[in-house]
Design a protein. Structure first.
Length: 333
């Protein structure tokens, strides 16, 4: 990119951010963006973070409107926590393949087959599934949430099979039944690809999201000594940013959705961050575009609505989650 092109790009980004902030002020709105959003959306938002960090902000923010740049279950979680606030998502069609992999009917049936079990659901679920859940969790507190349940109590963990396997492995607990759901983006980052990239870059650290199909391979590589164990980190998106912030140089292979690279480069400009799979892009996250964000702020679309009775039951499981685990700090932009 020539210097004049770079200046023009920076000017456009600054003008977009100013417009977003001015429209948000007029609407008394806070703009939240998940780490997988397009870089220009992340740079315009008031806060950027992982799903737990953004849930916490949504629960505490003083503004009367929350504009959620992320996928639908995240905006729905904000509405569950703040029923009196207006919650907007720039495109309500932004779904999640993982949330689609467990329905409320399927969960009711699973519970009936396992009486006495405590249900732990990842936040990547619909409000109706959260209403059938005892405690929600995210990738950054799943281990702490399950550890808070007495060791002799059986647990049903859903919907993500890779995150469930990670929790079982860390807690060395065999009374956890795991649902077979997956995210199409993370399941597509496979172990063979990770092993090849790690072999080609023997000095690199590996940051692996626990939803990845390659999470098991990363731990296997560490177990065989192919990659020193201290270089393999299984991290939520928010914890990747925290981990990066203390690094000054070197290279990191990142196994998660490619939008993550933007916050990592901002947190550690001297480090070479490279995606394990450049095609790992979530089409739902990318449905939130700058134009749709502006339209949302101007015209109050798309409003997120959750049935009051479902929201009240879902709130209990989300609030139990928020009370457990280490609070992460979303970055304010
Ligand atoms: P985090 O909870 O790590 O932000 O991940 C959310 C998500 O959708 C992963 O695909
Ligand atoms: Fe859902 Fe996967 Fe997209 Fe995350 S990356 S929002 S889990 S489809």
């Amino acid at each position: 990119m020539t210097r004049s092109t770079a200046v023009a790009v920076a000017d456009t980004a600054a003008a977009f951010r100013d417009e977003v902030r001015a429209l948000a002020d007029r609407r008394d709105a806070v703009v939240l963006a998940h780490n997988y959003q397009l870089p220009e959306i992340q740079d315009a938002a008031h806060f950027v973070g992982d799903s737990l960090q953004l849930s916490r902000i949504a629960a505490q923010t003083p503004q009367s409107t929350i504009v959620f740049c992320g996928v639908h279950f995240m905006a729905e979680t904000a509405k569950i926590l703040s029923p009196d606030k207006t919650v907007l998502i720039p495109d309500a069609r932004a779904g999640c393949s993982l949330a689609d992999s467990l329905t409320a009917d399927e969960l009711r049936e699973w519970k009936a087959e396992n009486p006495g079990a405590v249900v732990v659901s990842y936040v990547n679920t619909t409000a109706a599934v959260k209403a059938e859940t005892d405690i929600c969790c995210t990738s950054s507190n799943a281990v702490e949430v399950v550890a808070s349940i007495p060791a002799d109590t059986p647990v049903l963990f859903g919907p993500d099979q890779f995150l469930g396997a990670h929790v079982r492995r860390v807690l060395k607990r065999d009374n956890i039944k795991v649902w077979g759901g997956e995210c199409h983006v993370h399941a597509g980052i496979n172990g063979a690809e990770l092993a090849d990239r790690a072999a080609a870059d023997p000095e690199a650290e590996l940051y692996v999201h626990p939803e990845c199909g390659c999470a098991t391979s990363a731990l296997y590589l560490a177990g065989t000594g192919a990659v020193p164990a201290e270089r393999v980190k299984i991290l939520s998106t928010g914890d990747m940013v925290k981990q990066a912030a203390s690094k000054k140089s070197g290279s990191v292979l990142v196994a998660t959705e490619i939008g993550m690279i933007h916050q990592l480069r901002k947190a550690a400009p001297g480090v070479d961050f490279r995606p394990v799979n450049e095609r790992a892009s979530c089409r739902y996250m990318k449905m939130i575009t700058p134009d749709k964000l502006l339209r949302s702020l101007r015209s109050g679309t798309d409003e997120v609505v959750v049935d009051a009775e479902i929201a009240a039951r879902a709130r209990r499981s989300v609030e139990r989650m928020i009370a457990i685990g280490t609070p992460g700090n979303a970055s304010s932009e």
